[in-house]
Write a protein that binds this ligand. Structure first.
Ligand code: KMH
Ligand code: ZN
Length: 312
């Protein structure tokens, strides 16, 4: 497929993996999510991938009422593309998970392309019983070894068909090579229209590992399956974040950073904010001779409906 001229930076601001104990920088109040999202956009992110949390204790939320307080503020302060998660809970149904996208009709939302183990339980060992800030955190992290992240073909169909009237571009989350074949099947039966946007995800426990060989394998497979019908981005979880993002940009792809995917700015050093991660990868991308895409350039590359057609 043709090499893209500019690199789209997505920033995933808070997610549902990390918990407040793990980093003081992880935003979970409405104010902090709004402020960090706006600052990430100012630093160069043209897409903001957003989850909500309960503001009183930082636990993940898929309740539209927990998105409503920050979405208009982000829209007023930036031109960035808003991308809402439909994977914000590892236990709730697909109907619950797509509610925010159904309610707010964003330009983009995630679409997870297969069922899988999805675990971060090894993180629990880093904290003593008395370290946790909130009651829910320890069990949430330690018990993630029994999570099945459910995204059956029927779930995917239901999400795609329910959201179809909203003309939302999906960020197809592919955690392993089989997910690309699931996506191809769904395209062939008409659930998604080109150009599709694939997020290649590496380093989630339950998915493919964060080696460059795997990125090349995923990319070759996508080239074979989708030809010119797809755009792509890379998300490396944890310590793989910056290196894989850099590699993706050098390969002509797009990239995703943010505290959802990694709490760190360099080896062993916590990031101070989402914007700090965006600034770092932007500097690397530009130092290596590429340019980052503006929100409108991202809209053109991904064929988005436009920021004036959202419902917030
Ligand atoms: N946390 C990422 C590895 C979603 O929000 O739908 C995947 C993700 C899923 O962002
Ligand atoms: Zn997410």
């Amino acid at each position: 497929m043709a090499r893209q001229k500019k690199t789209i930076i997505t920033c995933a601001v808070t997610g549902a993996i990390h918990t407040p104990t793990m980093s003081d920088a992880l935003p979970y109040t409405y104010d902090d999510i709004a402020q960090q999202a706006v600052e990430a956009a100012e630093a160069g992110a043209s897409i903001l991938h957003l989850h909500a949390r309960h503001p009183e204790n930082g636990s993940p939320s898929v309740d539209p009422n927990d998105f409503a307080p920050f979405l208009p503020r982000i829209k007023q302060a930036t031109d960035a593309v808003v991308n809402l998660s439909t994977g914000g809970s590892l236990t709730l149904s697909i109907q619950d998970r797509i509610n925010p996208a159904k309610t707010f009709s964003p330009e983009m939302c995630s679409m997870n392309m297969g069922s899988m183990n999805f675990s971060f339980h090894p993180l629990a060992k880093r904290y003593g019983d008395d370290d946790w800030k909130f009651d829910w955190e320890k069990d949430y992290v330690a018990n993630s070894d029994q999570n099945i992240f459910r995204n059956t073909f029927r779930d995917i169909r239901e999400a795609a068909e329910t959201l179809a009237p909203h003309d939302i571009k999906f960020e197809h989350e592919c955690y392993d090579v089989g997910h690309l074949y699931n996506l191809k099947f769904c395209m062939d039966i008409g659930l998604f229209k080109a150009p599709i946007f694939i997020q290649f995800i590496f380093g989630i426990l339950g998915g493919i590992g964060p080696e460059v060989d795997n990125l090349i394998f995923m990319k070759h497979t996508a080239d074979r399956l989708f030809g010119d019908d797809y755009r792509w981005s890379v998300l490396g979880a944890g310590g793989a974040q910056m290196a894989l993002a850099t590699t993706a940009s050098q390969m002509g792809g797009n990239l995703r950073v943010g505290l959802e995917d990694s709490l760190f700015i360099s080896r062993g050093k916590l990031a101070e904010s989402n914007a700090q991660q965006v600034s770092k990868i932007r500097r690397i991308v530009e130092d290596l001779g590429s340019q980052v895409a503006s929100p409108d350039e991202a809209r053109e590359i991904l064929d988005l409906k436009g920021g004036d057609r959202v419902a917030f």
